[in-house]
Structures are given as structure tokens and as C-alpha cells.
Design a protein around this ligand. Structure first.
Ligand SMILES: Nc1ncnc2c1ncn2[C@@H]1O[C@H](COP(=O)(O)OP(=O)(O)OP(=O)(O)O)[C@@H](O)[C@H]1O
Ligand SMILES: [Mg+2]
Length: 418
């Protein structure tokens, strides 16, 4: 949908003096000291896939707002290109559009929510929300009806006739959000749209945003300071430091494999239970922790070396067909079935669960309240690929990483600084 290539933004009177120093690998403060130019964004490339939520995170001053403003050219990039997949015209280089075409692009295809609400003080709340539709020339009745719907969605259905100055900061932010959502722009650029909201409203808005993205297929570039928010709504996350993207990946990638100390510090306090998946923390079934015990009736019985009486009977495709604890046959259920069924009584010792690799830790933990036995993890074909027992769960929660069969892993921060 959008592809940024080598986008650079330098603030100051002589940006070109900073470029050679940047190429020489000098840092932002050195460049500022030597040339007086401020590096806002430094050689950033990424691709925003249609229909995804792409989150940009980073400390204050790391260049997030500058980057998002380069995308719709509220800031003129000093170098680099931004390509936009136009529905009718094919791929356009935004950095080369004339002012007129840029205006059309912003009017119909990209709408932006600003970090500071930027509402029109002399328009009512309803007319603020309807603004984009008015610019597009939609009739009054239609735009008011649609704007009212959006206001209701952000919980301000009764405030249409009020003026922005009568609203609290968080309410104004919601008006800004409703205004961006009211147009049918495919791309939404959102600069910390939820930062002024109460935690409860914030979680509602995150859910609404996910719904809008999924149902309406909007593509969203979203800036936030809030890591759990990023993890919750992001399909991909880019972490910025001093104008550069230092890591880009899925939330789970970033949580499990932070590449630098800065990223590790960022994710240290994130809640992993909704992000890390069963496939990541499971002990691989083909590792040395498991041995084939016997073969009978066309099944191969495998057991973990530290719990040999619990045996898993697999068919020739590696799918689970039977499970035994000593001589006792166990009931086999998917995690989903277990969670859907009524919880009754104590944790069972005769129930074995399995779940797909994509299941998040939180679901596995829920299942573990029903049975004391390990959970098996399967791939899309139903083949058993791994096992999750208490050590894997604990390691996943505390260390945000999976098992390391060969050696004890180093803490991420130490790895990064070596
Ligand atoms: N209009 C401007 N003129 C000069 N320098 C600017 C301008 N806007 C931003 N900068 C500089 O660019 C750098 C990045 O700023 P930016 O606003 O992009 O940070 P940010 O990551 O959005 O921070 P925050 O989280 O505080 O919003 C900072 O060093 C800032 O001083
Ligand atoms: Mg900002």
C-alpha cells in the first residue's frame, strides 16, 4: 500500500551539510554539534501492506511524528521516496506529486489524526467530524448522518452541537479520531491518537480500531508510546531510535528477539501473555528431550525423557491418536474444546490438551487450569511439533523466550551489548 525507501528528514538551514556525516555513520548529536542541523528521520525504509496496522514506537524525539508527516508530505523529506498504491492510477511516488495531486491524495486517500488534536475551534463538534466529507463535497445530510455515527462510536453521541473548547483533552482527541474515520480514506495516519484517553476508553478504542481495520480494510500507520497498545493492535512494529528504525518485526519477533539493548529495554515490561505463541515456547518434539518408547498398532509411542510414563501415540503423519499415563488411556481434547466446556471441579489428571502453534500463551494458561498434564502443540496439518509444560510456560512469561535446547540463553540485554 505504502512503501518508504530511504526516507530522511533533516531540519535546519543547510540540510545537505548533514548528509555526508550521516553517511559516515555519525550520530544525531554529533551531527547537530558539527553542522547545526537536526536529524529528524534517518534513512528509513518499510512497507505498509494493505489492510494492516503498522505501529511506530520509540522514545520522545526519536522521529516518529516527523516520519509520519513525511508520508503525506506535511514535511518535505530531505531524501528518499514514498510510493503509494493508488486504486486507479497504480503506484505513485508521493515525493514527486504536484501540489494539486498531493491535495487530492490527502483529500480522498489518506487521512491523518494529529498528536495534538487540531480541531477547528469555531465549528461544532459535528461539523468538525464532518469536515473531511464536506471537503469531498458530500451533501449536508449525508455527512451529518455519517459524522453522528462516528461520534457515537467514540462515545460522544450527545456532543455534536458543542464546541471543541467545551470538551476535555481526551474528548477532543476522540473528536479528532472520529473525523479521521468519517472519510473513507484507505490509509489512516495516526499520531498517538489514544494518548490522552482514560485506560478504559483506550481499550475500547483499540478494539474499535481493530474492527474498523478488519471490517473496512483500512490500512493504518499508528504511532504510540504504549507498548501494550502496540502489541495489541500492531501487525508489525517498527522501533525508532535517533531517527532510525532499529528493529522491525511482528510483535512476537520483537518481544522474543529484541535485537539491541534499546529494544530490549523497551519490551522489558510488556505483557507477553497475549503475544507469545505456543509454537515459540514449546519444547520441540524432535529434540533430544523426547525418545520413542515403543511401536504398536501402527502407532509410535513417544515420551519426554523426564516423564516416561506419559506416552503420546502418533500415527505415521505425526498426528496424536492416543495418549497413556502408565496403563491408563487419557482423554484427548483440543484446547478450544476444553475452554468452551463448562469448568467443573478440580484440575484433571486424565485429560490431555493440544492446541495450534499460533495459540497465545494466555489461552494455554487458561487451559492449564483444567488439566495438570502438558499441552501438545500442533502445526496446520495436525502434526505434533512440541510440548508445553510448566518450565516452558514460566520461561515464556518471565524471560519472554522459548526453550534453548543447547545452552542456557543469555539475557537479551547482555547479548545486545556484546
Ligand atoms: N519542525 C521542526 N523543526 C525543527 N526540528 C524538529 C521539528 N520537528 C521535529 N524536530 C526534531 O526532530 C526530532 C524528532 O522529532 P519528532 O517530533 O519526530 O519526535 P517524536 O518521536 O514524534 O517524539 P514525541 O514522542 O515526543 O512526539 C527531534 O529532535 C525534534 O527536535
Ligand atoms: Mg510525536
Amino acid at each position: 500500500m505504502i512503501r518508504a525507501e530511504g526516507v530522511t528528514k533533516i531540519f535546519g538551514s543547510a540540510p545537505s551539510t548533514a548528509l555526508p556525516l550521516m553517511e559516515a555513520g555519525k550520530g544525531k548529536s554529533e551531527i547537530q554539534a558539527e553542522t547545526g542541523q537536526v536529524v529528524g528521520v534517518h534513512d528509513v525504509s518499510f512497507t505498509l501492506e494493505p489492510g494492516e496496522v503498522f505501529v511506530i514506537m520509540g522514545l520522545s524525539g526519536s522521529g516518529k511524528s516527523t516520519l509520519i508527516r513525511c508520508i503525506n508530505r506535511l514535511f518535505e523529506p530531505t531524501a528518499g521516496h514514498i510510493f503509494f498504491q493508488h486504486p486507479d492510477e497504480g503506484e505513485l511516488d508521493i515525493t514527486r506529486l504536484s501540489d494539486e495531486r498531493l491535495r487530492l491524495l490527502r483529500k480522498y486517500h489518506m487521512s491523518m489524526v494529529f498528536q495534538h488534536f487540531a480541531l477547528f475551534p469555531h465549528r461544532s463538534v459535528l461539523d468538525n467530524v464532518a469536515y473531511g466529507l464536506e471537503v469531498q463535497g458530500k451533501p449536508r445530510e449525508e455527512r451529518h448522518r455519517h459524522a453522528q455515527e462516528m461520534l457515537e462510536m467514540v462515545g460522544l453521541g450527545d456532543w455534536g452541537q458543542a464546541y471543541p473548547s467545551e470538551l476535555s483533552g481526551g474528548m477532543q482527541q476522540r473528536v479528532g479520531l472520529a473525523r479521521a474515520l468519517a472519510t473513507d480514506a484507505r490509509v489512516l495516519l495516526m499520531d498517538e491518537p489514544f494518548s490522552a484517553l482514560d485506560p478504559l476508553i483506550k481499550v475500547n478504542m483499540q478494539q474499535e480500531l481493530k474492527k474498523i481495520q478488519q471490517q473496512l480494510g483500512r490500512t493504518i500507520l499508528f504511532i504510540t508510546h504504549d507498548l501494550d497498545e502496540a502489541m495489541h493492535i500492531g501487525d508489525h512494529i517498527a522501533i525508532m531510535e535517533e531517527g532510525q528504525v532499529v528493529q522491525l518485526g511482528t510483535p512476537e519477533d520483537i518481544l522474543v528477539n529484541p535485537r539491541t539493548e534499546y529494544v530490549a529495554r523497551f519490551v522489558e515490561h510488556a505483557d507477553p501473555t497475549g503475544v507469545i505463541t505456543a509454537g515459540t515456547i514449546a519444547l520441540p518434539f524432535d529434540s533430544q528431550a523426547f525418545t520413542t518408547q515403543s511401536e504398536s498398532d501402527g502407532l509410535r509411542f513417544v515420551a519426554a525423557n523426564d516423564l516416561t510414563e506419559l506416552r503420546y501415540g502418533l500415527d505415521d503423519q505425526g498426528r496424536l491418536q492416543e495418549a497413556r499415563l502408565g496403563e491408563q488411556r487419557l482423554e484427548i481434547r483440543s484446547l478450544e474444546e476444553v475452554l468452551d466446556s463448562e469448568a467443573r471441579g478440580a484440575r484433571r489428571a486424565d485429560l490431555l490438551m493440544h492446541c495450534p502453534r499460533e495459540t497465545v500463551l494466555r489461552q494455554v494458561l487458561r487451559g492449564r487450569t483444567r488439566t495438570a498434564l502438558p499441552t501438545l502443540v500442533t502445526n496446520a496439518e495436525g502434526r505434533v511439533t512440541g510440548l508445553i509444560d510448566e518450565p516452558q510456560l514460566i520461561r515464556g512469561i518471565l524471560e519472554k523466550r522459548g526453550p534453548s535446547p543447547d545452552s542456557e540463553p543469555q539475557p537479551a540485554a547482555e547479548e545486545a551489548s556484546s
